[in-house]
Design a protein around this ligand. Sequence first.
Ligand code: SF4
Length: 332
Amino acid sequence: MRACEVHFDLDTRCNYRCVYCPNFDSPDAPKGPLSLAGFGRAMACLSRICWHVFLSCAGEPLLHPDLRDMLASVHKRLGHTDTTLVTNGYLLDHARRDLVLSSGLSRLLVSIDSVDPERYRSLCGTGPDALARVTSNVERLIQERGRRRWPKVTVAAIAMRSTLPGLAAVAQWACDAGLDGMRVQWLAPCGRPGMGAEVVGGDSPETRDALRRVRQTLRSRGLHFDCPSDSGRAKARSVLAGAALMRNPVEYLVFSARMFLRSRRPRPCRMAGLSLTMLPDYSLHLCPQSVGAVGDASADPAPLLAARIRAGTRALRRQAATECRECRFRTL
Ligand code: SF4
């Protein structure tokens, strides 16, 4: 059974300027499309180690100039792996919708934090017509998907002080547009000016009330709610129902159980060795903070990388890396 999931960016550039994004104004972050050379080998390797591959995390994947070839390679090499593409949806025009629908992706996650055009514009740094264009693109994609089973299409929203009151409206739009579900995530601390005040606690009455309204809205139309809690009955229900949206439901459930058990014993954290990162040079790392390189996914054999992942995780358990001291995943 494949134990890990991996995150990487098909393209680290972005056409948006979201207020909470730690990457767009970072001079250190590499910018550009992932190279096609080595991509097929890397995907073949990941398909043996990972049950789930995220093809984007911080950048906008639809900007990639060779998107057709990249998705064809994903289709060929990752046919039995869950594959998720995260996009802001602005570039999801007719040609790209065709690519997405024929790519064999299992999930498309469209980021929409608010369906209020003015709030959307101020959060994402876009022009005034961006929200209408995004929602129209997604609604057309759903129509064009027709009776196809994949990809499942889910909206992803960040829960923060300014979006909480409007999350139920995002859920209502998802219901009306015929999406498969909604994912709500906590705002990650990003160190950008003014964003500290946007962080909301999961236990505050306003958060609980906002999430309850989202849950009720989605449930009334049978959509899946991927809730942001780490544990508890709501999370357990969310995980069990989420299996229906996965190509590999058993591996998903085992992975979720392992993450939950790790969260009870955070040594060094629940991510290391389970949630990997691949950088644009195809180097594979043990965790989302790119700690602990285990090798080159485009060159090293999968069994060697799997052995290094196990050894690296054990080593981190004995002695945390310097980066772990300040890492938010250590305190989850
Ligand atoms: S830096 Fe350390 S605590 Fe943070 S995700 Fe990586 S291994 Fe876990």
